[in-house]
Design a protein around this ligand. Structure first.
Ligand SMILES: [Fe+2]
Ligand SMILES: [Fe+2]
Length: 298
């Protein structure tokens, strides 16, 4: 078992900063309606400084995330033999990830977790599982502290084993992906059957997929809506751009509205006041005890 990381890792989640803005109008309108920030105040960052980092992360991701690569990462991480820790320990471990380049916040990652959770709680007071989902949705990023390169931890996700959508950011970078030379993986459906369900689709490896396996592998009792939000919150080509509908089954289509609902709190809760983590902790400890108690295998 590997020890907990003691050194911090500088991380940048391209999902949070690179986005075709026109697709985000509904989210922008939503947040502008409830804060004193203008939508132009979000993700205003030093473009020259950030663009290279974002582009290079996606270029590496799109080159390396083949079907075979994803299977190897799943084989490595789904054993859940890296560490044992509670959910709350993982939340605080995220503080060793520094979003140094995030223009919207210079706060620790655990603050993003509590902010997301609290904004959800304000709008959905009766769905306590949803609050906890906000708190834990990014915990899979601990992979970056355990040596995983960021191109398979953060950023938007997409199916592998079938044609890469033009709705994925920087689609031209897929030219370097060896799977584009494999006819079986390059057709619209690739290795999948029409409407086979996302459950049967191999997604690019990242913090969404890892956290889904941590939760299911530890028999956590969160409802399927929560598991969908966690597993697919970075699947922007689907929940934002409306692509890959042809791989979805009825359940996926039903769950899409929950993934979209989650996304607005994830993107924009950074505008909120810094939550009093100490005061909030007892409430979330109760939820953790209810849905994912004790030490989990990671
Ligand atoms: Fe995320
Ligand atoms: Fe997040």
């Amino acid at each position: 078992m590997r020890p907990l990381a003691t050194e911090s890792v500088v991380i940048l989640d391209p999902s949070q900063i690179h986005r075709p803005e026109e697709n985000y109008k509904e989210y922008n309108d939503f947040i502008v309606s409830r804060t004193d920030k203008s939508d132009n105040d979000f993700r205003n960052f030093n473009v020259n400084l950030q663009t290279d980092v974002v582009y290079n992360t996606y270029a590496l991701m799109h080159k390396n995330q083949t079907l075979d690569f994803v299977k190897r990462k799943a084989e490595k991480w789904c054993r859940l033999n890296k560490h044992k820790m509670t959910i709350l320990e993982a939340v605080h471990l995220l503080d060793a990830l520094i979003d140094e380049s995030d223009p919207d916040t210079d706060l620790p990652n655990s603050v993003h977790a509590f902010q997301t959770a609290e904004r959800i709680r304000a709008d959905h007071p009766d769905e306590d599982w949803f609050h906890l989902t906000g708190l834990i949705h990014d915990l899979g990023k601990v992979m970056a502290l355990w040596g995983e390169p960021q191109y398979c931890v953060v950023g938007d996700t997409f199916p592998v084993g079938c044609r890469f959508s033009q709705e994925i950011v920087f689609p031209e970078t897929f030219k370097a992906n060896p799977d584009t030379q494999v006819p079986e993986y390059s057709s619209k459906y690739g290795i999948y059957k029409p409407n086979c369900g996302l459950e049967n689709v191999k997604m690019s490896w990242g913090h969404d997929e890892y956290m889904y396996h941590v939760l299911t592998g530890n028999n956590c009792k969160l409802p399927k809506e929560a598991l969908y939000m966690i597993r697919f919150h970075s699947f922007y080509p689907w929940h934002c751009s409306g692509d890959y509908d042809y791989l979805c089954n009825d359940e996926d289509k039903e769950m899409l509205k929950w993934v979209k609902e989650f996304n607005k709190y994830d993107l924009y809760s950074k505008s909120d006041a810094v939550p009093d983590v100490k005061a909030l902790t007892p409430y979330y400890e109760e939820l953790i005890a209810k849905y994912c108690p004790g030490e989990l295998c990671w």
